[in-house]
Write a protein that binds this ligand. Structure first.
Ligand code: BGC
Length: 484
């Protein structure tokens, strides 16, 4: 019997809210505040859709688990939401912190007394909720993957509106501030202490570079805190690396389960492969977007100054598995360095390709594009996963899917991407699982409900899950036939 992992994946903020009586709202995350900010709505930075009108997985999780089971899946991936567990600050809980010669946090000791104190601060109802969710998954025989940070942060850690309007004055600046590493480690330690019997695989972060690129380098895309601040971006990179490593250590105090990180490894191809500058642009893209984290956490090679001179920091070499979220590629061309602090940012995505396409069209290479405008490019799944596997850790494809409300592209998208998984395996690349994004529609961040990724459509009024039949049957068949 094959051990290959077949799953679906959800994050907390994008799926949980939506019960008609609004009993399960989580109003304590940065994104909660962000998406209802009048300035953001007025300036079309966000859609105006609100997550509390959403999927209601919080109440309907048993239905969703059953749908996943009926697809023949053996794994389910979800996020435990930090702001639900700790709606109020944990600053006061004492832990022991040690630093290395660079001043980086190399050890955070969370003693038993601290865990008990955290237990007093935790929202009991939410703890019980996640215990019930995980127990139900185990009862159904799923392998469970739990992520501790999928973009959202508690508002006491990150107030994006305050940070945008007064960066220096804000006392809740998210990953810019090193003290948040310590709070994240407390949350991670607490989660492992509470839930580890029910969790088979842990992930610290989901897509840390998205936080960097969209939050601090592209103020017009609707991602909190929506500022242009390369210096802050640099800090956010390093602080997330340290937070990963220290959370890794904290989780390992309570479990032997593998702890990994989920990256969106994006393969970048030069627009003109015969132009040395475009080739360099693609290399720089890869270095910045993909390799910084891969190198630091798998090899302890950390480019602290972001000047291509990595130093060896063994206490950051912490990783048991790599998650790869793959949707599409980038085709890039050269541009002169855009930020002094980030000298490798010498690339721009070329219009029409990858993430820069037009909705429901074709790319210059004649590949279809999704409702989101993203180019369908299955080979990129091969290239990005092979890159992730270079580091000697098993790779799980932790997200793959397409925005396609009419279900025109999705069935073929699934087949073609799973073909690439087969090719990876045939070539001896250690890929061990595939998760589809997503079982149901979701709240697509700044885009709201317009963008539909679900195998099951969700009627946002009745919350009914309606199969997109072709895709549901395709995924079921692909899973039944397997990859080996
Ligand atoms: C993110 C999801 C998001 C999906 C589609 C992924 O990169 O992890 O949160 O919904 O992309 O945009």
């Amino acid at each position: 019997m094959s051990n290959f992992i077949w799953g679906v994946v959800q994050s907390a903020f994008q799926f949980e809210m939506g019960d008609p009586l609004r009993r399960n709202i989580d109003a304590r995350s940065d994104w909660w505040h962000w998406v209802r900010d009048p300035f953001n709505i007025k300036n079309d930075l966000v859609s105006g859709d609100l997550p509390e009108e959403g999927i209601n997985n919080y109440e309907l999780y048993e239905i969703d688990h059953r749908l996943a089971k009926d697809l023949g899946l053996n794994a389910y991936q979800l996020t435990i939401e930090w702001s639900r567990i700790f709606p109020c600050p944990t600053w006061g809980v004492e832990v022991k912190v040690e630093r290395d010669s660079y001043g980086l946090i190399k050890r955070v000791k969370v003693p038993k007394e601290a865990l008990e104190e955290l237990d007093g601060l935790a929202n009991r109802r939410e703890v019980l909720h996640y215990l019930a969710v995980l127990k139900n998954l185990k009862k159904l025989g799923f392998t469970t993957f739990v992520t501790l940070n999928h973009q959202t942060l508690p508002v006491w850690v990150h107030d994006p509106l305050w940070t945008r309007s007064d960066f220096e004055g804000s006392r809740a600046r998210g990953w810019v501030d090193e003290r948040n590493i310590i709070e994240f480690v407390k949350f991670s330690a607490y989660s492992a202490w509470k839930f580890s019997e029910l969790v088979d695989f842990w992930a610290t972060f989901d897509e840390p570079m998205v936080t960097v690129e969209l939050g601090y380098l592209a103020p017009y895309v609707g991602w909190p805190p929506g500022i242009l601040n390369p210096k802050a971006a640099k800090k956010v990179i390093i602080n997330q690396m340290v937070a990963h490593a220290r959370a890794y250590d904290a989780i390992k105090e309570h479990t032997k389960a593998p702890v990994g990180i989920i990256l969106n490894i994006i393969p970048a191809y030069p627009l003109n492969p015969h132009d040395a500058r475009d080739v360099k642009a693609a290399e720089n893209y890869d270095y910045f977007h993909n390799r910084l984290f891969l190198e630091a956490l798998n090899r302890g090679r950390v480019d602290l100054e972001l000047d291509w001179n990595p130093v060896k920091i063994p206490h950051l070499e912490r990783n048991d598995w790599v998650g790869n979220n793959y949707y599409t590629r980038e085709v890039v061309k050269w541009t002169e360095p855009r930020f002094e602090e980030l000298p490798m940012v010498t690339f721009v995505g070329v219009e029409g390709y990858g993430y820069s396409g037009n909705p429901n069209g074709v790319s210059p290479d004649n590949n279809p594009t999704s409702d989101f405008g993203w180019e369908v490019y299955p080979k990129g799944l091969y290239d990005s996963t092979a890159e992730g596997a270079e580091y000697g850790r098993p790779v799980y494809i932790t997200e793959n899917g397409v925005a396609d409300s009419k279900d025109i592209l999705r069935p073929r998208y699934i087949i073609e991407h799973v073909e690439e998984v087969k090719r990876l395996l045939e070539n001896g690349i250690d890929v061990r699982g595939y998760f589809h994004w997503a079982l149901t529609d979701n709240y697509e961040w700044a885009m709201g409900f317009k963008i539909r990724f679900g195998l099951y459509e969700v009627d946002m009024i009745t919350k009914e899950r309606i199969p997109r039949r072709n895709s549901v049957e395709t995924y079921r068949k692909v899973v039944r036939e397997g990859v080996e």
